[in-house]
Design a protein around this ligand. Sequence first.
Ligand SMILES: [Zn+2]
Length: 66
Amino acid sequence: MAKKSVFKACKNCKALVDTDKETCPVCGSTSFTDEWDGMIIIINSESEIAKITEAPKPWKYAIIIK
Ligand SMILES: [Zn+2]
């Protein structure tokens, strides 16, 4: 199974969400895309990587949204 059929990416915050979900659990957006690539998992929102990616909270995020 391809990863793109498992998750969709929020166009607002890049959070990866199960395809059967209708709203983003991170930012509440309802705008998603299946055209994403790469995955980053933020465990600690105070970490350097979270600051670089501007991830609003610990979650899994797409690196690239096409
Ligand atoms: Zn979002």
